[in-house]
Write a new protein. Sequence first.
Length: 311
Amino acid sequence: MKKIIITGFSGFLGSHLTERLLKDGNEVIGIDNYFTGSKHNVAHLLPNPKLEVIRHDVTIPYLIQCDEIYNFACPASPVHYQRFPVQTINTSVQGMINALELATRLNIRVLQASTSEVYGDPLVHPQSEDYNGNVKVTSRRACYDEGKRCAETLCMDYHRQYLTQVKIVRISNTYGPRMALNDGRVVSNFIIQALKGDDITIYGDGSQTRSFMYVNDCIEGLVRMMNSGVYFYGPVNIGSSFEFTMNTLAETILTLTKSKSRIVYRELPQDDPKRRQLDISLAKRQLNWEPEVNLVTGLRKTIDYFKKILK
């Protein structure tokens, strides 16, 4: 049994990771300032005596005895990070420094939840970990993209200078229960619009692509990375290798919800990536991991969740 810190534990991914680690018999210290997280995501876990909750802003140093750190504290929704860009990049950078300082002090592992957004609007397909990306540093998305890129740099610099034990994962387009209603990401947007009978809004002509991964597959990849060999630091892509257009996603959701919603098209936002598909061959080799939940199965579970909370 380990004592594990999860920063941003009440967020979408953080809450699922907390649930998994508690189920495995670990003690979890959940740290969150609830800036974008939700207490509802973890309410069912609070009676568990192995969960300790600390309300704290990770940009302020913290000294807590533990065995591992999962660093998830950062707004991940475009709606949130474009509204609060300064807070977003500060959380990514200063929050990473504080996690690394504690990991270095305790000589323990820290896993950084990075993102496929570090690849920007890629010019190479699919994107492997050695691709440097195509990111516009002055765009509205850059607070998130560049914050995560800097956090990766900090991980490797701490490792080289202080031998800090780091693990870097680049997570791609994860969806599932506990996504926020105002998340602003395409899967939750389409499902909510379909269930309400509103128009499904596609930005651009719908030909742009993403690779969608169900949340349980993501959590499995994260746990395997944390427990991987001592000399494997990453970064490693954790995502789906199956690419879907926005049109296909919208039509699939319409079919599954039996919605009468219309699909309408709006202008594509500036700097929005046109295509995204990760090369996950490294994760297959090093972690013996690949997604198991197909899109239709995952969407059904996600739709069922939103049906309950929209009642």
